[in-house]
Write a protein that binds this ligand. Structure first.
Ligand code: TPP
Length: 361
């Protein structure tokens, strides 16, 4: 069992593929066909292309605030790849690769970041909750879904995502504790990208790993190299199997790095050194998966270049369609949540309209 072999209290981290794409622990490599690995790699490429395009569009004033994913693609794609269609994915807001794997269209994702509420309206068969901006609140929603599956006697599993900063919030501890007590079929997945806006991981908590927070809740916890597609997949696969077998929750810390800004509204050069970024660029999950695939004879640099160009063009094409939907309507923000807008929201809406018209301050 991986959670027994890699003890976060001893600083042990699961890695299967190193930064050069070499397999360093072949006995732990998950049983994935070459086609599947290539398919997952392509989702990682699409994630990056969609990210790159979104940033450009935001800088052109065509997209609202955007939270980039660059550097975190293996953690996102590798984790969601384990889920089956009936499992639930409960996001925070920085898991673009995971959403794509779960079957959310890029059009929905861009619609959301364009400010259109319909971007959160997924097809019935796509079991993902809307993006959650209140940090860590979503973990209790994930727990609720997991408990519902359990009470209904179904063996679906829920994965809930959170960032390193989110682990300092009460909801995180509450969700872990409750999940442990009731043996909920849930996987808590931390993307430790080393920063919560400008707050470094080292000052976020005195604990030396985030995975060790599982110990106090009495549940299994493991730290994995979050830029290693195979390590992420293997750890999540074990956790999902455990949950599906009725053996309860797991906490996974994916050790990764946000190569870009927190959102398009901040400037990371104000709080971190370029040297640090360079170190992590060398550990880029896309670079290492590509090197692995090329070494296996499954991919080439030329194919890679062509695929990136195709995805960037595709992302732009999708965005153009989104732009055609026009400016999001203010009323939508108020009317989207309830079938019939309740009185208090009607009042707030009227007040806001008057504010925009300059009638109230
Ligand atoms: C409850 C709450 N407090 C504060 C914020 C403002 N806020 C937005 S993102 C963020 C940092 C989150 O950091 P982390 O959990 O590490 O995730 P990351 O953004 O790095 O993916 C904060 C404090 C918020 N959205 N919700």
């Amino acid at each position: 069992m991986l959670t027994k072999r890699f003890d976060p209290l001893k600083g042990e981290m699961l890695q299967i593929m190193d930064a050069e794409g070499r397999i360093v622990a072949p006995e732990l490599k998950p049983d994935l066909s070459d086609e599947r690995v290539l398919e997952l790699y392509k989702v990682m490429l699409l994630t990056r292309a969609a990210d790159t395009k979104a940033l450009q569009l935001q800088r052109q004033g065509r997209m609202l605030t955007y939270a980039p994913n660059t550097g975190q693609e293996a953690a996102q794609v590798g984790s969601a790849a384990v889920l089956r269609e009936t499992d639930w994915l409960v996001p925070a807001f920085r898991e673009l690769g995971a959403w794509l794997v779960k079957g959310v269209s890029l059009e929905h994702i861009y619609l959301y970041w364009y400010g259109n509420e319909w971007g959160s309206h997924f097809p019935e068969n796509v079991r993902m909750l809307p993006i959650s901006i209140p940090i860590a609140s979503q973990l209790n929603h994930a727990l609720g879904l997991a408990m519902a599956s359990k009470l209904k006697g179904e063996d679906d599993v829920t994965i809930g995502y959170v960032g390193d900063g989110g682990t300092s919030i009460g909801d995180f501890s509450e969700a872990l504790n409750f999940a442990g007590v009731f043996s909920a079929p849930v996987v808590f997945f931390i993307q430790n990208n080393q920063y919560a806006i400008s707050v470094k991981r080292a000052v976020q908590t005195k604990a030396s790993t985030l995975a060790q927070k599982a110990v106090a809740a009495g549940i299994p916890g493991i730290q994995v190299d979050g830029n290693d597609l195979f390590a992420v997949y293997a750890a999540v696969e074990e956790a999902v199997n455990r949950a599906r077998a009725g053996e309860g929750p797991t906490l996974i810390e994916a050790y990764t790095y946000r190569l870009g800004a927190h959102t398009t509204s901040d400037d990371p050069t104000k709080y971190r050194e370029d040297d640090e970024v360079l170190v992590w660029q060398a550990r880029d999950p896309i670079k290492r998966t590509k090197e692995y695939l090329i070494a296996q004879g499954l991919w080439s640099a030329e194919q890679d270049e062509a695929q990136v160009a195709e995805y960037e063009a595709y992302a732009l094409e999708v965005f153009r369609k989104v732009e055609e939907t026009g400016e999001p309507q203010l009323e939508d923000f108020f009317k989207y949540t309830y079938r019939d807008m309740p009185e208090h929201l009607k009042e707030q809406y009227q007040e806001y309209v008057q504010y925009l018209e300059g009638k109230v301050k």
